[in-house]
Design a protein around this ligand. Structure first.
Ligand code: DP6
Length: 379
């Protein structure tokens, strides 16, 4: 007999970045962070968790390939979820003893893995949510966020839809390092995200390694973690509560640049942004200048891809400008992308920027803010 449960989990893209750990085992961060959850209609991990007396070992496959699960991160997730199930079973002897059975987890991403598209976030959020569903745990998303965090820090935010915060917490055991809902997607549903994929290759320096090097060697880092981010977290929460796009976008851009400055200040320096990334920054500035106000804001994770946030009402002047430059790259064909006009005037004087974008962007994904994990059919 096989017990099964399935879920989708979303990608999230931080606007106040997590970068630095105070505890590498528990993934406890040196600063709080905040992200936008992207729509699972476009980007998602689909995971089915099952358990059976017939299984002889725990296993995990991602996109059809067996994954090594001996690592501490996956083991921590399995262990903690099993313990929660054991607690439930101890309180009700009529329940099947699922915690003793081996687990089989099957995952699929519908986007390039490890391309800096936050695949580990959606991946661990889906793994934790699927097993929690399988075990019928009474745990809240915040409870589960503490487990997903141990898989990958940013995964804790993918248990929520809309706008999610991750408070860094003070406790050594991580009990207060958890994710929470800043606002649901319905609070500000007009938020759009245009992902400009500058590289779909596996990235050079993983975020785990990169952030440790930054903590160890960057002088700017202390200022960021202790002074810059705490202030920005408050300002960003307020911007979201007030649906103040100018503040939201300005803070996003500043925080991305501040994070990448600490990367550059790392010894040896880490370069996640490349010429294509910088061209995307320039074009966003040109779009904002032409509009006479802030209508878009960029952010970059540990890779060269740009994520450009804007509001639905500005689709034409933001996404439309990129479409006018990039033509029908994959992604515009999607439902959301097709609707975007392409005969938009590109701000003048940007020939070099346009050339760099045309050369460097391989794919565009147009999406929006979305909900948290949702139960689905099995694989
Ligand atoms: C730049 O969550 O991938 O995307 O905890 O080591 O797995 P680990 O790191 P990870 O780091 C994400 C870094 C970031 C910023 C962010 O998502 O907040």
């Amino acid at each position: 007999q096989v017990h099964r449960a399935s879920t989708f989990a979303p990608v999230n893209i931080a606007v106040i970045k997590y970068w630095g750990k105070r505890d590498t085992k528990l993934n406890l961060p040196t600063n709080s962070s905040l992200s936008v959850t992207l729509s699972q209609d476009d980007l998602r991990t689909h995971t089915t968790a099952s358990c059976s007396p017939d299984f002889t070992q725990d296993s995990l496959t991602l996109n059809g390939k067996d994954q090594d699960i001996s690592g501490a991160r996956t083991q921590a997730c399995f262990r903690e979820l099993r313990q929660l199930r054991k607690d439930v079973e101890a309180g009700d002897s009529s329940l099947p003893k699922l915690a003793d059975l081996k687990l089989k987890v099957v995952s699929e991403n519908n986007f390039p893995t490890a391309a800096g598209l936050a695949s580990s976030a959606a991946g661990f959020a889906a793994l934790v949510r699927a097993i929690a569903n399988l075990y019928q745990l009474p745990a809240t998303p915040t409870d589960l966020s503490k487990i997903a965090r141990q898989g990958s820090g940013s995964a804790c935010r993918s248990l929520f839809g809309g706008y999610a915060g991750w408070q860094k917490g003070e406790e050594e055991d991580g009990s207060d390092s958890l994710a929470y809902e800043v606002a649901p997607a319905s609070h500000w549903p007009d938020m759009r995200a245009c992902i400009l994929v500058a590289s779909a290759d596996k990235k050079d320096i993983s975020s785990t390694t990169g952030m440790q090097a930054t903590v160890a060697t960057s002088a700017l880092f202390q200022e960021r973690a202790n002074i810059v981010v705490p202030k920005r977290m408050k300002a960003m929460e307020k911007a979201i509560q007030n649906r103040d796009f100018e503040a939201f976008a300005t803070l996003s851009m500043k925080d991305s640049n501040n994070f990448h400055a600490t990367c550059l200040d790392t010894d040896p320096p880490i370069f996640y942004m490349n010429d294509t990334s910088r061209a995307a920054v320039r074009l966003c500035e040109a779009i904002n200048d032409a509009a006479g106000k802030i209508v878009c804001g960029y952010t970059f994770d540990a890779g060269p891809n740009a994520v450009v946030y804007y509001l639905a009402e500005d689709e034409e002047r933001v996404a439309g400008t990129f479409k006018a430059i990039l033509g029908d790259k994959t992604g515009w064909e999607g439902k959301k992308g097709q609707a975007v006009k392409s005969d938009v005037q590109v701000p003048e004087g940007n020939e070099v920027v346009v050339g760099l974008l045309q050369k460097g962007i391989s794919r565009v994904i147009l999406t929006s803010v979305g909900d948290g994990p949702r139960k689905t059919e099995e694989h």
